[in-house]
Write a protein that binds this ligand. Structure first.
Ligand code: GLC
Length: 562
């Protein structure tokens, strides 16, 4: 068995502060609002809370564009509120990790303002500058994730600065030891306040390689340099230095967002002997419904490739790293709307998806509202959009005539990041219990039906099912430490696998369709040594008839005969 660690045994809950709970009635979620919901989170049974950014920000990318790493944005409260939150989290036996966004700052960060003010300013080298190409254009053909080139001209100095996301998010220059020193010092100050670790935003992209040459251009008209950047080995040096300088001597959780990383990269990032990160988010599964116009299409995630991608990462990181398991986060549409059923089988499919993920090896992350079976939003007008990525894509594709307005709104309702960011649905009242005034973005009208108020008391609610999954994790070490073995990999309808540990085998079968299906378990699963631990159906005939109901998930434990 792998070495036991609390962070392997933990379930993490992600809070997107802007949309979680509005304590002061200004329409925006805040820290006092979060404090008011800690009992709800403790009752859910999660171990760790991850707070998306709460730092001062112009809000262009909802806080992922920071102007001060060491203060609290007044919209969310102040440092006293934060300290109270931390104390209240700890008082409930939970832990808190915070978002560390150090690949870039806001263009309004004082460092960038200083860097721009004068070529000789000491902060100039905190960012990445290049001369224009001979025609005066950008230095290479790299594109920014939120549209356009990855370079913007600073007219004053006649130099371009690099930004992989938007011009308002200039890339930091990690080659500069003074920048690294400042970042580690900032991290140490948060740790001495008592935070329990970091979720590190696009950490795989911090180390820019020396190769700034052009690359092959995609449909966007630009080269996407992220894979080239993620492959640069210097990232490992920086992370090991970060461990030495900022993290050592503490028992923390570190989870890196490993955008564009390969399995090989991720293995190095999370290798237990490598002193880099505990675990990483990777995105190969999330990209399976992409296409030529990036994610803007009607495509859904196909099950067979999903099964093989999950198996690849489950087996690829076994004994040599650790997976951060997620179906949802603030950058993804709701998985229930992607792969489940928003209609009659909404609750069954939400539970099936949760089972499929939580029984794999890794630390599961729950994104706010997932535990209630919250769904995507139907956006009917671009005015409802708040996400810069979706707004930019709408302008670009609709204006160029490449995609019609109707199609684009449909794609946005399927794929936009805003689907995750609609306010949390606490109750059926106007304002959804999220706010008593006008919310900063529209609330999903289905909060009258899907909300946190009615679920605790209803035994078969999605919320109570998540609690049961978490209890299972506590009760059976095989759920955390068992080896993952794919089963019936070619079956196009059922996602099944086993977990194996110390003479026990756990079988997980998930029917991804709305039909009943015959599905044979591996030998030895239908006798007195096997026990059904969990199902999302009131009555399951799986153990007697090998038949799975629509969207049924069954978890069965078999002990070897001694
Ligand atoms: C990460 C964040 C995302 C943000 C981007 C730029 O991917 O999760 O929300 O837009 O980084 O900071």
């Amino acid at each position: 068995m792998d070495e036991r660690k609390w962070w392997k045994e933990s379930v993490v809950y992600q809070i997107y502060p802007q949309s979680f709970c509005d304590g002061n009635g200004d329409g925006v979620g805040d820290i006092p609002g979060i404090i008011g919901k800690l009992d709800y989170l403790a009752a859910l049974g999660v171990d760790v809370l991850w707070l998306s950014p709460i730092y001062p920000s112009p809000g262009y990318d909802n806080g992922y564009d920071i102007i001060d790493y060491e203060a609290i944005d007044p919209r969310y409260g102040d440092m006293e509120d934060f300290e109270r939150l931390l104390a209240e989290v700890h008082a409930r036996g939970l832990r808190l990790i915070i978002d560390l966004v150090v690949n870039h700052t806001s263009s309004e960060h004082p460092w960038f303002k200083a860097a721009r003010s004068d070529k000789a300013d000491p902060k100039r080298d905190y960012y990445i500058w290049r001369e224009p190409a001979t025609d005066g254009g950008p230095p290479n053909n790299w594109g920014a994730l939120f549209g356009g080139p990855a370079w913007t001209l600073d007219e004053k100095s006649d130099r371009y600065y690099l930004h992989l996301f938007s011009p308002r998010q200039p890339e930091l220059n990690w080659k500069n030891p003074l920048l690294r020193r400042d970042i580690y010092a900032m991290m140490r100050r948060w740790l001495s306040k008592g935070v329990d670790g970091f979720r590190m935003d696009v950490i795989s992209l911090i180390a820019k390689p020396d190769d700034f040459s052009d690359g092959p251009v995609g449909r966007s008209g630009y080269f996407d340099p992220r894979e080239r950047i993620a492959a640069n080995p210097e990232v490992h040096e920086y992370l090991r230095e970060m461990r030495r300088e900022a993290l050592s001597g503490r028992d923390l959780m570190t989870v890196g967002e490993a955008s564009a990383s390969t399995l090989e990269d991720a293995r190095r990032l999370t290798d237990p002997s490598g002193d880099e990160l505990n675990m990483v988010f990777w995105f190969e599964h999330m990209d399976l419904d992409g296409g030529e116009t990036f994610k803007w299409n009607d495509r859904t995630i196909p099950l067979l490739p999903l099964k093989s991608v999950m198996a690849k990462w489950q087996q690829g990181l076994a004994h040599s790293g650790w997976n951060a398991l997620f179906w949802n986060n603030h950058d993804q549409p709701r998985m229930l709307s992607r792969l489940g059923d928003e209609g009659a089988e909404r609750e069954a499919s939400a539970k099936m998806l949760a089972t499929c993920l939580h029984m794999m090896q890794g630390s599961p992350f729950i994104y706010q509202g997932e535990e209630l079976g919250m769904t995507n939003m139907r956006f009917t007008s671009p005015d409802q959009l708040r996400d810069n990525e979706s707004r930019g894509a709408y302008r670009r594709y609709v204006k160029s005539g490449e995609i019609s307005k109707e199609d684009m709104l449909r794609y946005i309702s399927l794929k936009s990041r805003d689907n995750a960011r609609t306010p949390m649905q606490w109750n059926a009242a106007p304002g959804a219990g999220f706010t008593r005034s006008t919310p900063w973005m529209d609330i999903n009208p289905n909060h009258t039906e899907i909300n946190a108020e009615e679920q605790p008391a209803r035994e078969d609610s999605v919320l109570n099912f998540y609690k049961a999954l978490i209890r299972l994790r506590r009760a059976y070490p095989i759920v955390v430490y068992g080896d993952f073995v794919p089963y019936a990999q070619e079956d196009p309808n059922v996602f099944a696998y086993t977990r194996v540990l110390d003479g026990e085998t756990l079988l997980v079968c998930c029917n991804f369709t709305a039909r009943s299906l015959d599905f044979a378990p591996p030998a030895g699963f239908l006798n007195e040594n096997a026990k059904l631990l969990l199902t999302n159906r009131e009555t399951s005939v799986y153990m007697t008839e090998s038949r799975l109901a629509p969207y049924e998930a069954a978890v069965i434990l078999r002990k070897e005969r001694s």
